[in-house]
Structures are given as C-alpha cells and as structure tokens.
Design a protein around this ligand. Sequence first.
Ligand SMILES: Nc1ncnc2c1ncn2[C@@H]1O[C@H](COP(=O)(O)OP(=O)(O)OP(=O)(O)O)[C@@H](O)[C@H]1O
Length: 243
Amino acid sequence: MPALLEVRELSKSFGGVAANVDISFDVGQGEILGLIGPNGAGKTSLFNSISGEVTPDRGEIRLEGVRVSGLGPVACAARGIARTFQVVRSFDSMTVLENVMVGAFARARRTRAAMALAEETIDFCGLTGRIDRPAWSLSPPEKRRLEVARALATGPRLLLLDEMLTGLTPTEAQAGVQLVRDVQARGVTIIMVEHVMEVVLPLVSRAVVLNLGRVLTIGSPAEIVRNPEVIRAYLGEKYAPAA
Ligand SMILES: Nc1ncnc2c1ncn2[C@@H]1O[C@H](COP(=O)(O)OP(=O)(O)OP(=O)(O)O)[C@@H](O)[C@H]1O
C-alpha cells in the first residue's frame, strides 16, 4: 500500500506539556488506521496537527509526498484532509442540509452544486429523513452522522474520525461501523481515534498506540492485544493472553 500520509518525527508541546513527542508513522492509501491510547496520550493533539489547526514544533506531515504541516485548516481541507470532532460541532440552528452544504462549499462554487453534493452525502450517511430538520433536534447518533456527512461533503482523501462511536449503544455503534466501512469503500483513507476496542480493532488494519505523547507501538490488532506494554498502559488485564 503506498503511503497517503507520512508523519515524521512530529513533536508538539503546550507550555510545559509535551502532547506529542517524536511521532512517526505512515497511513496507506485506502487503509483504516486506529489511533488508540489512554486519556491525555496525545491523540486529539495529533489530529489537530494533521488537520492543520495546530502547527507542530518539530517534524513534518506529508500528504502524497507534499508537506501539509503548518498550512492551516483551510489549506489542509483543500488538499483533502477532513475531520470530525470528539465533541460534536454542528451548527445547531441550521438544518441538516445547510450544515452539510457548509462542507460542500469547500469544493462547490455554486449553491445548486453544493446542495446536490450535500443531498448525495446526506443520503450516503443515512440521514435522508432528517434533511430539513434543525441540527439541534437530532439524536446523538444522528449528530455523529451529521459530523461525518459535513466532513465527507468536502470530498476528502483522508478522513480523521475522533471518537465517532463513543457513547453509542452497541446497535448504534455497529451502524456506525458500517458507515465507516462504506466510507472506506468510496476510496477514502481513514484514521480513527476510539476507546471502544471491541468495535475498533475488528475495523482497522493497524493501530498506532500512543502513551504519554509517544508512540508505544504500531501493529495489527492481533499484535496490539498481545503486546504486554499496551496491556499495561492501556488495555488492562482482560486482554492479557490466558496463561
Ligand atoms: N491547546 C492545549 N493547551 C494546553 N495543553 C493541551 C492543549 N491541547 C492538548 N493539551 C495537553 O496535551 C496532552 C494530550 O492531550 P490530547 O487531548 O491530545 O490527548 P488525547 O489522547 O486526545 O486524550 P483523550 O482520550 O482524553 O481525548 C494533555 O495533557 C492535554 O492537557
């Protein structure tokens, strides 16, 4: 798999707090990569650097070989990087259609074209019946879908999903998993931050495990759940192999 995204020796501190330290990994074209680790490990900070909201202190991020780190969120979006947020950031008084049109305007000049793109994306994300509802009236899983729809409407090559499945019931989470698979089937590469291991590990080809701002390990789900350091730092003893 050729790399779509390369992160090289990335470090970022906030005052005295080292949020990311010397982080390097690749994401293959079409891959679903998991980004996991305990609270405060640096996952959202890394997303903030990749999506351009934060400029790393050191290191580099390249999308298809072209440096994108430090360009800012608008330029990163224009180059094909979109994201969702851990705390849903919908425009509550606007309808579902209007929310998704905000994303679509990243690539459509005219209102009619943005509307067509938004309608198609809303259908794809399973929100057709909600298209004219104000965002505030949606259920929590629908709000997560709206976040995905707004990000997808920008036409990304790389989609960063920040805890999209957290707080959902098992049935809602399974529906969310199907949406992630459908997005991948469209050719979009995905990095997902998740804490629900039972849901995320079957979905990803590899996971990067962060701890205290550093990469603890990178591996397949089978390698991750067997790694004693990952069990100690994050997964807990229920994942320890039977003696
Ligand atoms: N803008 C900021 N200003 C100051 N400190 C920050 C900022 N952003 C992140 N940090 C700090 O960096 C560290 C990593 O935080 P980050 O939110 O990236 O972790 P996380 O792995 O996403 O955690 P969680 O799973 O709880 O969302 C934390 O100690 C956090 O307090």
